[in-house]
Design a protein. Structure first.
Length: 459
């Protein structure tokens, strides 16, 4: 019999006791799945290596059986990869529950964005840098001091921050004061970038070929037929059957590499307060860039130094929800996905507003049960109809975007987020403030616009 301990404490101890075993089991399953994935990948290589150019003109000849086998194996490999990703997210939940409380939520969220790679937050990297230590030891008076901190994270905005900006402090005669610092943002916002595989470039402009149409005229070709294509008559006027011509339409396109940036002016007295500096850098610089990045990816006009956003890409499909489906938004997402499938692309992600995602998560069937109760119970992956969900305030409420991210559209990083600090700007030295500048350079390429489906929920 246990005394002096609450049920919550007992449950916590029980979880910690089983967390190691759970993590070990998950790692074992991941290794087994990886072995199966390697086998499937090797099979894919064997099949594709069997395809030969039998014409000598660059035309690959693939049998129906080989093509079907390849697609079947590819589908199985994708399913295994999906299971591996899900198991790794499960492992992350186990580690999170077993981890001690405390620490920077913003730093943990930033570390979680690197495809499983743990790294320091921007503020930690800056505060621990040699450049910052040198600036601080000299009272932030050195000339020509610029500190660069680069992270694998991610419009123009300007803010000034200085000590006592929140009001007047009063010191009491008795007792002591306790500085509670700044509360950091707990929740990591949904980001459109999460749907794209990581890709980088060293160029300052992107270009390619965009397919804008395909007319499929394939048909059965008889050995003999009339000149007008009718059935053969069996006389001398018959000719050999002729294969019809299908049509493909392509256009060249270019996409710029753009820079997103904003600055924060911080008084040197505030800069010396390290706990406050963490909130300034992590919360304002990084999240500000990320939100603007989402807006550019979705709604960039493509004029001047702007990205041509996904919603403004010529050739993208449009879908408006049926009035008969207005009560179930998740059903409308599925019907929109069919449009991409009919264009021979597999949609793998959906971007929608948090209010719309709230309605989808709380949808109930005629029996009163939640339609996606499994997702609610697990509380892990945000998925509907096998597609990953990103809910962000960057997209207009009542609309959504489903697409084949990483195939039909690709996001390139020219420069990851960089934070610079300097006093050599204007009268910064005279007035005693430091300029922090956060920036990144990215590019967006869309060569299969028909893989994008711009949706609007039924009103």
């Amino acid at each position: 019999m246990l005394t002096g301990r609450s049920d919550r404490q007992v449950n916590s101890c029980q979880h910690q006791g089983g967390a190691v075993t759970a993590a070990s089991d998950i790692n074992k399953r991941v290794k087994e799945l990886q072995t199966h994935l390697e086998t499937k990948t090797a099979r894919l290589n064997d099949i594709s290596n069997s395809w030969k150019d039998e014409t000598g003109k660059g035309h690959m000849v693939v049998s129906t059986e080989s093509h079907a086998d390849y697609l079947k194996t590819l589908g199985e490999a994708k399913e295994i990869k999906s299971l591996i990703d899900a198991q790794r997210e499960h492992l992350g939940l186990e580690k999170y529950l077993d981890a001690p409380s405390g620490g920077s939520y913003a730093a943990q969220d930033a570390a979680a964005t690197g495809a499983g790679k743990q790294h320091k937050s921007l503020s930690d990297a800056f505060l621990e840098s040699d450049a910052y230590a040198e600036m601080k030891s000299g009272g932030f008076r050195q000339l020509g001091q610029v500190a660069d901190i680069e992270q694998g994270l991610y419009s123009f905005e300007r803010k000034d921050i200085f000590s006592l900006s929140a009001g007047t402090h009063t010191t009491t005669a008795f007792g002591e004061a306790h500085n509670v610092g700044l509360a950091e943002r707990q929740r990591r916002p949904g980001r459109v970038r999460d749907l794209f595989p990581s890709e980088s470039t060293q160029a300052n402009i992107l270009y390619g070929i965009r397919q804008v149409g395909f007319t499929n005229n394939a048909r059965t070709v008889p050995e003999r037929e009339q000149p007008n294509g009718s059935a053969a008559l069996g006389n001398d006027t018959d000719v050999f059957g002729k294969a019809p011509k299908s049509k493909l339409s392509f256009v060249p396109y270019t996409a710029p590499i753009i820079e997103l940036a904003h600055v924060v002016h911080v008084h040197k007295n505030t800069l010396a307060d390290e706990s406050r500096l963490r909130g300034i850098i992590d919360r304002d610089l990084v999240d500000g860039l990320k939100l603007r990045e989402d807006e550019e990816i979705l709604y960039g006009t493509g004029t001047g130094d702007t990205i041509q956003g996904l919603t403004n890409t010529p050739g993208a499909q449009e879908y408006t929800g049926l009035q008969a489906d207005k009560a179930i938004k998740s059903l409308q997402l599925r019907r929109a996905a069919t449009r991409a499938i009919l264009a021979f692309y597999e949609p793998n992600g959906v971007v929608l507003h948090p209010f719309d995602w709230e309605e989808i998560e709380t949808e109930r069937g005629t029996d009163g049960q939640y339609l996606i109760a499994v997702s609610v119970a697990v509380g892990g992956e945000k998925r509907v109809w096998r597609q990953k969900i990103v809910d962000t305030a960057a997209i207009e409420q009542g609309t959504f975007l489903t697409a084949s991210f990483g195939y039909g559209a690709k996001l390139f990083d020219r420069e990851a987020v960089s934070v610079q600090a300097s006093t050599e700007t204007g009268d910064a030295f005279e007035r005693g403030y430091v300029v922090l500048r956060g920036s990144e350079r990215i590019g967006l390429a869309v060569d299969r616009p028909e893989s994008l489906v711009l949706g609007e929920f039924a009103v």
